[in-house]
Write a protein of this length. Sequence first.
Length: 68
Amino acid sequence: MVRRIADRAVVLHDGRVREHGPVEDVLGAPRHELTRALVAADRPVSAIVRDREQRTGPTRRAPETAPL
């Protein structure tokens, strides 16, 4: 998501800057272990929903228009 909304990124940990720079540099070739872990943990929302539905069954979705 960060790649879609930002030009630059900063990774903070314990109140200290661990890595910063252009988004493509920080996320495309992370130098700090924390940044590498964050990039590895990034998953599309659709994959998260699919995994949850496989465990618990289909997610109920709100109707397009709620009755008044």
